[in-house]
Ligand binder design. Structure first.
Ligand code: DC
Length: 221
């Protein structure tokens, strides 16, 4: 069974996806981390990020695994490196390139084949897994999302103000919504889950309830 969680950054999607997969004992795929990992390796190997055929080929060459909450590229733990501001900025145009998105779609389908999996990103329910049994678009108000992100930035000591975070978030959202291929949008049959005022546990509870409603409370996974 596949559950897709799409939505903007800061809506609580990633932590919900990880916690949901852990609670269900299912696999977990963080597709944003996959775009970030390809970008990191390209920078290391000197591959021009705007050479989208080479970037797509690179995506097919490397092996990305999610293990115990870590992201591995060819068995190397890149979890921290892929989250830097430099990689966040460099990943955006990579994720815009149609050949890269096509390659990612193939890879993501291959990785999920035959598994019970929670997959999260921007286009998982709308493009990559249109047949997914449960599709959720996880969102929250811009202010709530910025507050959450700002708390993370403070914990990291980045010095960003709430206004900085809000501005960067608005720019990122616009980019995600407007890309020609794989734009962020809720699939027509997605459930919209607003997380304002919900704790992470409550978000996971709602997701579990959606899955149970789909398969019946005692049905097979
Ligand atoms: O969710 P994130 O911030 O880790 O995503 C990193 C980048 O990849 C961001 O620019 C959005 C993009 N992305 C995408 O285009 N499609 C996805 N399915 C997941 C992420």
């Amino acid at each position: 069974m596949i559950i897709t969680l799409d939505g903007p950054a800061g809506a609580g999607k990633s932590s919900a996806a990880r916690a949901l997969a852990a609670r269900l004992g299912w696999c977990y795929m963080d597709t944003g981390a996959m775009y970030r990992a390809v970008t990191l390796v390209a920078l290391e190997r000197g591959i021009p990020l705007d050479d989208s055929p080479r970037m797509a080929a690179l995506a097919e060459q490397i092996r990305i695994d999610f293990r115990a909450g870590r992201v591995l590229v060819d068995d190397r733990d890149v979890s921290t490196e892929i989250r830097t501001a430099r990689i966040t900025a460099a990943t955006r145009p990579v994720a815009d390139a149609p050949p890269v998105r096509e390659a990612m779609k193939r890879i993501q389908r291959r990785m999920a084949a035959g598994l019970d999996i929670v997959t999260e990103g921007r286009d998982q329910g709308s493009v990559v897994f249109p047949q997914a049994e449960v599709k959720v678009f996880v969102t929250a108000s811009p202010e709530e999302r910025a507050r959450r992100r700002h708390r993370e930035e403070e914990a990291r000591g980045s010095g960003m103000t709430l206004a900085d975070v809000l501005a960067a978030q608005a720019e990122r959202d616009a980019g995600d919504r407007c890309r020609a291929v794989g734009a962020m949008r809720a699939a027509d049959d997605a459930v919209i889950l607003e997380t304002d005022g919900l704790t992470p546990e409550q978000v996971v509870d709602r997701l579990v309830a959606l899955i149970e409603a789909r398969r019946g409370p005692r049905g097979p996974a």
